[in-house]
Design a protein around this ligand. Structure first.
Ligand SMILES: Cc1cc2nc3c(=O)[nH]c(=O)nc-3n(C[C@H](O)[C@H](O)[C@H](O)COP(=O)(O)OP(=O)(O)OC[C@H]3O[C@@H](n4cnc5c(N)ncnc54)[C@H](O)[C@@H]3O)c2cc1C
Length: 382
């Protein structure tokens, strides 16, 4: 039977996260965006409330919730500030996920526990200058040296690269059948030979820090390898498959916020003696936004449901991300349009939605890459 109803616990998560975002994240959003200020106190508080390791078992200090609860929370946080939801999403879907599923008991004790409780913050570092969509074409090397690996190279676009304590990084450990053999490592900030580059000055998502990181013969103990040597690329892709559901939920939250702001403004703004919500073209925009958002929500929930049921959700997570990010772009642009000139100035806070929305079509696999994944799956299975 198809269920569209949330459980009482899921309702509660939605309600409490909405209240939390309004009370603790909303103040300061404009300033954080303008000055690129990392939401340090907000993230700390979110850790204390269990938002940083939502799907991690309680024995590892997580909240042990399902993926539906996670996407509900991400939607609410993203509806207020996309940047904060990105920091949350990387820590949950990428970093904690990898350690929970592939980490050793020792790694879980030492790294997963503080990451899931929010005592520490994690980053996930796959992309390099020459390898974005073609991620396996990386150059960062990890050479075995006794009981350690020596890592050399650089990584690009690391979300929370500056503010994080722990980085999961993917390196080449050899060549097999003319392909890079890739392995995953846990690297602690402060390790000799590990440096962080300057903060990127971005179009949107400005409160989240993004930077390059550099490794110069950075000595990492062999016990910090996650999984086996050569398993790194499949670990990276597995994390992204789940991560894309989180990005889709972010896009959904942003789009919903654009709709809510549009409804509110169109019921206030008077032109030609009427509220602009009474004009047919504005009604059309609102109706299309609402329909798109509902469709995006169904795709997000379906992907999350399949993941919770341990079913294959590769195609569905790509579909959810592809569609929801497109909806976020369209809804945020229409929101600015409905606000007219006021939409174009910073004070009203809706131009940020448009700037922030774009990233959901780029990171964790561009829209073009999502289409490749979807096409591959439908051609394989039909
Ligand atoms: C703000 C921000 C945060 C990020 N955070 C992280 C992070 O935390 N960790 C991390 O590892 N990475 C991160 N990234 C990197 C991000 O995942 C990459 O930017 C993304 O995967 C695209 O790679 P690229 O930028 O190299 O673009 P490219 O791969 O060079 O793509 C350029 C264009 O070509 C298209 N294209 C590429 N290949 C194909 C193909 N086969 N078919 C059709 N079209 C194609 C792309 O869709 C795109 O339109 C972040 C990026 C940004 C901007």
């Amino acid at each position: 039977m198809i269920e569209f109803e949330l459980t009482p616990e899921q309702h509660l998560i939605k309600k409490t996260t909405r209240e939390f975002s309004q009370k603790h994240i909303l103040p300061g959003v404009i300033e954080r965006d303008e000055k690129s200020i990392f939401p340090k106190n907000e993230i700390k508080l979110m850790g204390e409330l269990g938002y940083m390791g939502m799907m991690v078992p309680e024995i590892w200090n997580g909240s042990e919730l399902d993926t539906i609860s996670y996407v509900l929370a991400i939607e609410e946080i993203a509806a207020v500030e996309l940047a904060t939801s990105t920091i949350m999403s990387v820590n949950n879907s990428l970093v904690c996920h990898v350690l929970n599923h592939y980490g050793s008991e020792e790694q879980k004790e030492k790294y997963l526990k503080p990451l899931a409780s929010g005592a520490k913050l994690g980053a996930y570092s796959l992309s390099e200058t020459q390898s974005g969509s073609d991620a396996s074409n990386m150059k960062t090397l990890a050479n075995k040296d006794g009981e350690n690996y020596l890592i050399s190279g650089s990584k690009n676009w690391v979300t929370s690269g500056i503010s994080s304590d722990i980085v999961i990084t993917f390196c080449v450990t050899g060549r097999k059948e003319n392909k890079n053999e890739i392995s995953a490592f846990i690297v602690e900030k402060g390790t000799e030979g590990f440096t962080v580059g300057k903060k990127e000055d971005k179009l949107g998502l400005r409160a989240s820090d993004t930077c390059q990181i550099f490794f110069d013969n950075c000595k990492v103990p062999s016990k910090n390898m996650i999984g086996k040597q050569g398993e790194g690329f499949s670990i990276a892709l597995n994390a992204l498959r789940g991560g894309r559901i989180g990005i889709a939920a972010q896009a959904l939250g942003l789009a919903r916020s654009a709709l809510e702001r549009s409804i509110e403004y169109s019921k206030e703004r008077i032109q030609f003696g009427k509220k602009i919500s009474q004009f047919g073209s504005i009604k059309n925009k609102l109706a299309e936004m609402a329909t798109d958002i509902e469709a995006a929500r169904m795709l997000v929930w379906k992907a999350a449901y399949l993941k919770d049921q341990n079913k294959n959700y590769l195609k569905e997570s790509s579909m959810a991300k592809l569609f929801a990010s497109k909806v976020a772009m369209k809804a945020s642009s229409e929101c600015v349009q409905i606000h007219g000139g006021y939409g174009y100035i910073q004070e009203y806070g809706v131009e940020r939605l448009m700037r922030d929305a774009k990233i959901t079509e780029i990171y964790e696999g561009t829209s073009e890459i999502q289409k490749l994944v979807i096409a591959r799956e439908i051609l394989k299975n039909n």
